[in-house]
Design a binder for this molecule. Structure first.
Ligand SMILES: [Zn+2]
Length: 188
């Protein structure tokens, strides 16, 4: 059910998910700006609205955060891709030269792609591909993405051996993964 509510003078849309199993009210805000309230059957809409209003600050700051993120990382576009491709290729090459000093892995080709759902990939043939929109991420995150794909050259899985390998070059990888997830950008 789609509803509207005014919080701190701002109209926001939200969805109600009724749940027989839910024991309490909860709110989730997704990276696409969707607000979903889960409501146990025996709780009224009026109580739900009070609950939402109580969390006005949190809701608005999350929505602002996601909106700001959208403006710093543009949607994939062919023209933007063509404009940035070479710059991203140079960035990736420089980073690999640095990060692969630790590993010394052999790889085949490096490609920069315009993808919607992945930051990077590593093929069985040892080709490494990266999403051109990496250029809009912080240096720390870029290094994590590159290390992630480099380590797939040795471990073609996400086993604990794989993550131990990642940790050699990026000891902080767990926090970086969390950061990507919080940004709704955790695609691998
Ligand atoms: Zn992976």
């Amino acid at each position: 059910m789609q509803k509207q509510i005014k919080i701190k003078g701002q109209e926001i849309n939200y969805k109600i998910r009724k749940s027989r199993r839910a024991k309490r009210l909860s709110l989730a805000i997704y990276a696409n700006g969707e607000v979903v309230a889960t409501k146990p059957n025996n709780i009224s809409i009026r109580i739900l609205e009070l609950f939402i209003k109580q969390q006005a600050n949190w809701i608005l700051s999350k929505l602002n955060f996601f909106a700001g993120l959208k403006s710093t990382i543009p949607q994939a576009s062919k023209q933007d891709y063509l404009n940035k491709k070479e710059q991203v290729f140079n960035l990736v090459n420089n980073k690999i030269a640095k990060l692969n000093q630790v590993y010394n892995f052999k790889f085949n080709k490096i490609g920069i792609r315009n993808q919607k759902t992945r930051w990077g990939s590593c093929s069985q043939k040892g080709n490494l591909n990266f999403n051109y929109r990496m250029i809009y991420l912080s240096d720390k995150i870029v290094e994590y993405i590159i290390t992630h794909e480099l380590c797939h050259l040795q471990e073609f899985n996400h086993s604990s051996r794989f993550w131990n390998l990642v940790a050699v070059a990026v000891p902080d990888y767990k926090n970086i993964k969390k950061e990507l997830r919080n940004k709704g950008l955790n695609y691998f």
